[in-house]
Design a protein around this ligand. Structure first.
Ligand code: CMC
Length: 428
């Protein structure tokens, strides 16, 4: 084994440099020493969309896209989905270890003490138009929490941070439920802290004063598994936004509001909705072969297939497929599921998809599950945001405690006009 360094020769000057390699990366700043003259700024790296740049060192989530591996703090996602709960996973992401029984009770109690919204926040939600998009309400509501809890700006105090985390994880489901009830013109149900995290969400959305009302435990469990699968996914667009905005030491509400805004975009949180629209467009199992042929001719994409990182079966998709069947047994059967299964069956044995390593991703089945739980389509990104809040917050703390991090400030390659003199308007 040779040395852990990279030898670079600058052919402009003939000079050679030895750059250290650590964790299979080189530091972009090590290239700054490469200059053609003493007043040269030095070499920079150019990487639009951070396609090959590690922005941080992290101990939270591990992904191996080629092997289809996803782990939180070293625990395989399959084991967590099978044996854990979302709140326990949130603790794991935030504190680094699985909680003891006492710590889990304490943690569950802390969150359950922060489910109620400030009256002023309730008034704000009510001030939205009845058809306001739920993500617009989420982004605004979380940002306005910063005005209700101004001490949150003490981002270097672990105690203050912890309190805001309880508030955020506790109140986000309540905001989701109130945004929904506002849209359908029904009174708000106050949270019930005797229920589990997801049962309480379903209760707040659904309850209409029925006698003997009970949340269906199969549906609450299915939602809990989906929450586990969506809790973190390392440096995606919204997480990078949380870190980037948080790096100016703004409070967690403003940073999380920005992360939710990034998630709102159709390239990030919106693919599950596209899958559902595609299945509706196919309409019947018998139309699947024709649809696949069209995709292969380049006339549209098979939504819910393919991933930038996973070049193997998305491990989350495997789990979600099983959950989908459980949900459909508890609700009525969904003709869309039959179409989805047939699409998957044909695609997985077709050379077009095999040669391009296109496998089902997490969104292939999640939209179907949300639909079966009777969530309106525009709620799907909100259901992604609720559990991702724990991942965003864990990444935010890691960023604040990392001595190597500073305010995020990328460089640019300026290609605009050279210096020129101002011309008064009447002479242009
Ligand atoms: N259907 C048909 N062909 C596809 C698909 C697809 N879903 N995805 C990629 N391809 C083809 C693409 O046409 C290209 O073929 P060729 O080499 O002949 O030009 C090849 O596969 C490579 O595609 P790419 O666009 O370079 O791949 P990418 O890594 O840039 O894109 C992707 C990844 C997820 C944007 C893409 O696979 C896609 O658009 N999938 C459908 C949308 C979707 O399901 N998105 C959800 C992603 S998971 C959500 C999350 O984790 O946040």
């Amino acid at each position: 084994m040779g040395k852990d360094t990279l030898t670079v020769t600058d052919n402009r000057t003939g000079q050679t440099y030895e750059i250290p390699i650590e964790h299979n990366t080189v530091k972009a700043l090590d290239f700054r020493q490469i200059k053609t003259s003493t007043d040269d700024f030095g070499l920079m790296t150019y990487d639009p969309a951070y396609m090959n740049t590690a922005e941080c060192k992290s101990t939270i989530t591990y992904i191996d896209g080629d092997k289809g591996i996803l782990e939180y703090r070293g625990y395989p996602i399959e084991q967590l989905a099978e044996q854990s709960t979302y709140l326990e996973v949130a603790y794991l992401l935030l504190y680094g270890e699985l909680p003891t029984k006492e710590r889990l009770d304490w943690w569950t109690y802390r969150i359950s003490r922060h489910l109620f919204l400030h009256n002023s926040l309730i008034e704000q939600i009510q001030a939205f138009r009845y058809d306001a998009h739920p993500m617009g309400i989420l982004i605004s509501a979380v940002a306005s929490m910063s005005t209700l809890y101004p001490e949150a700006k003490e981002v270097h105090s672990p105690e203050v941070r912890e309190k805001q985390i309880w508030r955020i994880l506790g109140q986000i489901p309540t905001i989701a439920a109130f945004a929904y009830r506002h849209r359908i013109g029904r009174p708000f149900n106050q949270p019930d802290n005797s229920l589990s995290y997801t049962s309480n969400l379903l209760y707040m959305m659904d309850f209409m004063n029925q006698r003997d009302y009970e949340v269906n435990p199969v549906l609450a469990k299915a939602l809990d598994v989906l929450f586990i699968l969506h809790a973190d996914h390392e440096q995606n667009c919204s997480t990078a936004t949380m870190r980037g905005v948080g790096s100016s030491h703004t409070d967690p509400y403003c940073a999380l509001s920005a992360a939710a805004a990034a998630l709102y975009g159709p390239l990030h949180g919106g693919a599950n909705e596209a899958v559902l629209r595609m299945l509706q467009q196919i309409g019947d199992v018998k139309n699947v072969p024709t649809f696949i042929e069209k995709v292969k001719k380049g006339e549209g994409r098979l939504m819910g297939f393919g991933h930038r990182v996973y070049k193997n079966y998305d491990p989350r998709a495997k789990i979600i497929r099983k959950v989908a069947y459980e949900v459909f047994e508890a609700t009525q059967s969904n003709p869309m599921l039959e179409i989805a299964v047939e699409l998957e069956r044909i695609a997985l044995q077709d050379d077009y998809f095999i040669s391009r390593k296109l496998y089902p991703n997490v969104d292939f089945y999640s939209g179907l599950i949300y639909q079966a739980l009777r969530f309106p389509i525009e709620y799907f990104p909100f259901l992604f945001a609720i559990p991702r809040a724990s991942g965003w917050l864990a990444q935010w703390i890691e960023m604040l405690e990392d001595d190597e991090q500073k305010i995020m400030r990328p460089r640019q390659v300026y290609l605009g006009a050279a210096r020129r003199d101002y011309i008064p308007v009447d002479k242009r």
